[in-house]
Design a protein around this ligand. Structure first.
Ligand code: GAP
Length: 491
């Protein structure tokens, strides 16, 4: 992860937000390369799920909705995480990400240990338990160390569990509900009457516009409404780089189906579609898995949720959620607004409120998975080569064009001519500086799939050498071949 974060900074993909003021936790800025990568991911999603489908239309709703939206959706009451404070260090933890275990020696409890959620929380707790036993010079056999969530701790245990910040017990508070919606004021009054929220998901913008979209022409079930946009969550513990941040972007689809339809098979179809789409942007199937939420842990709106998981360097984590939301949201908005959400289905000649399947994914999370999948280090001729093996679909720069030398004006002109032609269709790069090998290396690090070099033979027939990033193979081709190749790989 460290190598990826450092490459992201060095090559202008991602910066900590407000870095000159020591940064602000949970916020990130995308640099020149990052902004292209991010845009390409969103464009690929929009093309495949909106423009290339007959059954899905797009939407771009405002970020701030009427505050009743969030009462109806359940976010005012339920969009909370259990928060634990350490009164001494002033650190805050999510109770469901804080684990503890009693240290049992010869059947007697000798104290407690704690650790933050990680892939090896059990091993960490065991190590801490052994340390405690040594510190207290207790003889006897250490019993099994079984991690428990802080949410399950009794008041007595809470007093005895050490804070992860200080290592001492007595400073942790019982968990309390913390609402993650950011609040702000609309209008000049500061008396609370203008209280509004920054949306924590783009989904509700779709539900409150459902009738508008239906009335403007789209009503044949099944159909979907898709939206890409910013979402904000005041996460207690933003972490793992851009994986969990406080400002991020979502790509969401609400796919409306008849209440009579078998939602399970439609749900499965969407998960499969999600998996294939991820592969099309360079995330290998081998890094993906699925997690079915147990019934007792489902969100308040869900009848069933499956997540596509990705093996990040910091553990296997949720990438893309697929929830079957039933008619929960439309029903709630009908109730709170007093406006009917029913539609008339021509096919069945029935009136009903549709049910919905919701594929919902974060742009930033996909971008991180794309980066992690693409990052590679290789030994070439005794030197380390760092490459980002981006799929040409999402690569920030598609082609780099080089004249072999910069002091041969006809060569530079030829190369520049091709560069200008490519630039009308793709993000491309022109570079004349340094040895061509060094230019290739720079483009490898930027993830550029193709480099084109004009050499002395080019002066004869206009052909050039195309060097492929991953194989480093070089072949001779002309302009027509190159445009064909790009047409096949950048779609
Ligand atoms: N509308 C449903 C919804 O928002 P969610 O599981 O809370 O469901 C959906 O979020 C997706 O949004 C997640 O799978 C993840 O990709 C992304 N996401 C959620 N919280 C995030 C955060 N704090 N930072 C980055 N991405 C986040």
């Amino acid at each position: 992860m460290e190598s990826i974060v450092s490459l992201c900074r060095r090559r202008g993909f991602i910066f900590q937000s407000s870095e000159i003021y020591s940064g602000i936790n949970g916020f990130f800025d995308y640099g020149p390369m990052g902004v292209e990568l991010r845009r390409n991911i969103k464009d690929a999603w929009w093309k495949d799920f909106v423009q290339r489908r007959d059954d899905i239309v797009g939407l771009d709703s405002s970020i701030i909705h009427h505050p009743k939206t969030w009462e109806a959706s359940g976010h005012v009451d339920n969009f909370t995480d259990p928060l634990v404070d350490c009164k001494v260090s002033k650190q805050r933890y999510r109770a469901d990400q804080l684990f503890f275990a009693p240290v049992v020696v010869d059947g007697r409890t000798a104290g407690y240990v704690s650790a933050l959620e990680s892939d090896n929380v059990e091993a960490e707790l065991r190590e801490a338990a052994e340390k405690l036993k040594r510190k207290k010079a207790i003889q006897g056999e250490l019993g099994p160390v079984r991690p428990r969530e802080f949410t399950e701790a009794t008041p007595e245990e809470i007093r005895l569990i050490p804070s992860p910040a200080t290592g001492e017990p007595g400073s942790l508070t019982p968990p309390r509900s913390f609402n993650m919606m950011f609040e702000t004021q609309a209008g000049a009054l500061r008396d609370g009457s203008g209280l509004v929220y920054l949306r924590p998901e783009t989904a509700q913008g779709i539900f409150i516009n459902f009738k508008n979209v239906v009335d403007s022409g789209r009503s044949k079930i099944p159909f979907g409404i898709a939206q890409i946009g910013k979402a904000f969550r005041n996460e207690i513990n933003p972490r793992n780089f851009i994986f969990r941040s406080r400002e991020f972007e979502q790509m969401e689809i609400e796919y409306f189906i008849s209440p009579d339809e078998d939602w399970q098979s439609r749900h499965r179809e969407w998960i499969d579609t999600g998996n294939s789409w991820l592969e099309s942007i360079g995330i290998p199937a081998s890094a993906l898995s699925e997690y079915t939420h147990p019934k007792e842990k489902l969100s308040h709106y869900s009848k069933g949720t499956v997540d596509i998981m990705y093996a990040f360097p910091f553990g296997v984590q949720e990438l893309w959620g697929f929830a079957a939301r039933g008619d929960f949201d439309l029903m709630q908005h009908q109730k709170f607004s007093g406006k009917s959400m029913e539609i008339f289905d021509e096919a069945s000649k029935k009136k009903f409120i549709p049910h919905v399947i919701e594929p919902s994914v974060g742009v930033d999370r996909i971008l991180l998975a794309v980066l992690c999948s693409a990052y590679a280090e290789e030994e070439v001729g005794g030197e380390k080569r760092t490459i980002l093996k981006f799929s040409p679909r999402v690569a920030p720069i598609k082609v780099a064009v080089f004249p072999l030398v910069k002091n041969k004006p006809e060569l530079v002109r030829l190369a520049e001519e091709l560069y200008r032609k490519l630039q009308r269709h793709y993000n491309v790069f022109f570079d004349t500086s340094g040895a061509v090998g060094r230019r290739y290396r720079r483009m490898d690090e930027a993830g550029t799939p193709y480099c084109v070099t004009f050499d002395f033979d080019s002066l004869e027939d206009g052909s050039f050498t195309l060097r492929e990033r991953d194989t480093m193979e070089q072949k001779r081709m002309n302009e027509e071949d190159l445009f064909r190749l790009l047409d096949e790989t950048v779609y």
